[in-house]
Ligand binder design. Structure first.
Ligand SMILES: Nc1ncnc2c1ncn2[C@@H]1O[C@H](COP(=O)(O)OP(=O)(O)O)[C@@H](O)[C@H]1O
Ligand SMILES: [Mg+2]
Length: 233
């Protein structure tokens, strides 16, 4: 594999939390994380609860500041940006265009319909509204959301329905690097399968992904690389 195909190179990434409100108590997040993620591949983070998996995604997205190490993001023009140390304005720019985060739980504004919630990322990149809504509708149908729900706010939806809206919104206009925190955690087998099919299609389009799954079967089916995260004793 040529190095130009690489999307992200993580070296010795570590995070400790210093709790200033508790007299500076230090809590171990994770340490010693190393991997290279090529374009079009999915890397799964596995490990027990509390091992630091979500914190790794948040550190790559720079919601958390790394304590040490680097996360080199490879842009299409061949330049590299260290997500652990780059400026805030650079990270905000990358989040707008190149790096997406599908969080574990749906966070949305009230009174916006499910259809508009999912169509929004397409409208933001310049897709005409009618076309964006048509594609959002197609995606929601594929994920098994009943059409009678399209005009309602997802705040009234079940946990599994909310998660499907969240995934649809996160992948309808996919950024080149997608971070997915337990995307199938509250889904039944059928919806999980659909989501895994969609992630496989994103790989075909060259999207690089880091995802957290608990189920080894899902990792075996979709992941190209698996990085176990161990909890420090
Ligand atoms: N903002 C935070 N402040 C303090 N400790 C945190 C914070 N976020 C995560 N942690 C701690 O880091 C460890 C790893 O958490 P997390 O990344 O959520 O694990 P996982 O996703 O693997 O279950 C836990 O001990 C957790 O309490
Ligand atoms: Mg987690």
């Amino acid at each position: 594999m040529s190095t130009s195909a690489c999307k992200l190179k993580v070296r010795n990434l570590a995070k400790n939390f210093t709790l200033h409100t508790l007299g500076g108590v230090r809590v171990h997040g994770f340490s010693g994380i190393n991997f290279s993620l090529p374009k079009g591949q999915l890397l799964a983070l596995s490990g027990p609860s509390g091992a630091g998996k979500s914190s790794i995604l948040k550190t790559i997205f720079r919601s958390y500041l790394a304590s040490s190490g680097s996360a080199l993001f490879c842009r299409n023009d061949g330049s590299e940006v260290d997500l652990a140390t780059c400026s805030e304005s650079r990270i905000l720019d990358l989040r707008r265009r190149e790096i997406g985060f599908v969080t574990q739980f749906l966070k949305i504004l009230p009174r916006v319909s499910a259809l508009d919630t999912v169509a929004r990322p397409l409208v933001e990149i310049g897709v005409e509204e009618a076309e964006a809504k048509a594609r959002a509708e197609q995606m929601l149908r594929r994920l098994g959301i009943r059409p009678e729900l399209f005009a309602l706010s997802p705040l009234t939806f079940s946990g599994g329905e909310q998660q499907r809206v969240n995934i649809a919104r996160g992948i309808i206009a996919p950024k080149e690097l997608l971070l997915l925190d337990e995307p199938t955690a509250s889904l039944d087998a059928k919806s999980s399968n659909t989501v895994l099919d969609m992630l496989a299609e994103l790989k075909q389009q060259g999207i690089a992904m880091i995802a957290i799954f608990h189920d080894q079967n899902k990792i075996d089916r979709i992941a190209d690389i698996c990085v176990p995260v161990v909890r420090e004793q």
